[in-house]
Design a protein around this ligand. Structure first.
Ligand code: COA
Length: 163
């Protein structure tokens, strides 16, 4: 049986916390589809092309990982891709209620769907994309928060968007 999982998110931008979830999921599943939300209530700082390119570079070497964009309902996208599993990172107790709600709503929309949680690495417990954006746009050091291979591009982009 070929087991594929979808890891959805805004990834605005990708962080080391996301990369850790992708790495660990890629060991548990035959294939990981990292699904980047195209339209969101949140107005992204990084365009969909930028977010997907940063992710593509960050996962280089992980051969069973695909980066894709998706619009609309996640449950519908999973059905469209023929995938029955979603993976999410769980950082702190505060994530739990929201994630629990989403997992149940997704299952109501698509009863075949299971949501699997990977507990975040201790180092990523506090991390979020908005924290990276805020620190980076104010000239702070984000090297402990984002993958090294995309660090300079993220810094440059945040510097420009804060001008
Ligand atoms: N490491 C670091 N940061 C993490 C993380 C981890 N392991 N897990 C989550 N985060 C961060 C994210 O970067 C995000 O940061 P931000 O708010 O500063 O941008 C924050 O924690 C929240 O993450 P998440 O809850 O995964 O939100 P998201 O915006 O990245 O993704 C979707 C949300 C795309 C999964 C969700 O909105 C969705 O499914 N949308 C489609 C529409 C739909 O189906 N709606 C009904 C759902 S029931």
């Amino acid at each position: 049986m070929n087991r594929t999982v979808i890891y959805p998110g805004s990834f605005d931008p990708v962080t080391l916390g996301h990369l850790e979830v992708i790495r660990r999921a890629s060991k548990l599943f035959d294939k990981v589809i990292v699904a980047v939300l195209i339209n969101s209530a949140k107005t992204p700082t990084f365009s969909i092309e930028e977010r997907m390119q940063l992710l593509t570079d960050a996962v280089a070497g992980l051969d069973n990982v695909e980066i894709a964009g998706f619009e609309g309902l996640l449950a519908a996208y999973c059905r469209q891709r023929g995938v029955n599993a979603i993976v999410k990172g769980l950082r702190a107790v505060s994530d739990f209620e929201y994630e629990f709600q989403m997992a149940i709503a997704n299952k109501k929309l698509n009863p075949e769907l299971e949501t699997i949680f990977i507990t975040a690495d201790a180092d990523a417990m506090y991390l979020s994309s908005s924290m990276v954006r805020e620190i980076g746009s104010m000239g702070g050091d984000i090297s402990n928060f984002v993958p090294a291979c995309v660090h300079d591009r993220i810094v440059e982009r945040l510097r420009k968007s804060s001008l």
